[in-house]
Design a protein. Structure first.
Length: 236
């Protein structure tokens, strides 16, 4: 059985009931919010949850606005629930700091898989601080990563990355010049087999470039290898 505190925020009673019940059956302590304002009040300033499931379109504060506000003060994993054809919402959701999204209508089993993957990542992140390996840094040319302190500098300039962006950059920086497919990158983020839309990888890469490149439209560090995936440029 699993454990942990999860907030589920959705204005559809059927979604709240099915998701809440399934998570409780898995052993999670579930808090339900009926709209964005209710979710904001229950999250509070301290964000005392292990994971948030937020519907994007809710009365009151939207899931996107909630995600943006919460990400400014907490690294808590956030999964967004999006409409079937709302591609823009998916992209924007990842841009404002969501870790994953699930498209409605979805199976409860699919959502449970996403929840477990995010919590597994969080535990690995927590454990990394006590791991001897985490005391080292990764230096890949103009990119330097302090694993213990979760700090990144590019050309000597500190860069503030989300948890997902940090993991992507770490993967690329550990093997400069090696090309990673979208699937390989997403499986690194999930720390398991990935069954979602690999195009989410493109959004993570785009967000990363916005922060590490002088000109994100003409990247010099994180490069696209057409038809294959992405790589970090090898140091000279």
């Amino acid at each position: 059985m699993s454990s942990g505190r999860i907030l589920v925020a959705d204005d559809e009673p059927s979604v709240r009931e099915s998701v809440g019940y399934a998570l409780q059956q898995e052993g999670f302590d579930v808090t339900i919010a009926t709209d964005g304002d209710d979710a904001e009040a229950k999250v509070g300033a301290d964000v005392d949850f292990d994971l948030l499931v937020l519907d994007i379109m809710m009365p009151g504060k939207s899931g996107l606005d909630l995600c943006r506000d919460i990400r400014g003060r907490s690294p808590v994993p956030i999964i967004l629930l999006t409409a079937k054809d709302a591609e823009v919402d998916k992209v924007v959701g990842l841009e404002v700091g969501a870790d994953d999204y699930v498209t409605k209508p979805f199976s409860v089993r699919e959502l449970l898989g996403r929840v477990r993957a995010q919590l597994r990542r969080r535990e690995l992140d927590r454990g990394a601080g006590s791991d001897a390996e985490a005391s080292k840094s990764i230096d890949a040319g103009e990119v330097s990563i302090d694993l213990a302190r979760h700090l990144v500098t590019v050309r000597g300039r500190p860069v503030n990355l989300t948890r997902s962006e940090f993991q992507v950059l770490r993967l690329l920086a550990e093997s400069p010049g090696q090309v990673f497919s979208r699937l390989e990158i997403m499986e690194e983020l999930w720390q398991s087999e990935f069954s979602g839309d690999v195009r989410a990888c493109d959004v993570h890469i785009s967000n990363l470039r916005q922060k590490v490149e002088d000109d994100p439209q003409d990247p010099e560090l994180v490069l696209t290898v057409r038809g294959i995936g992405y790589k970090l440029i090898e140091p000279e």
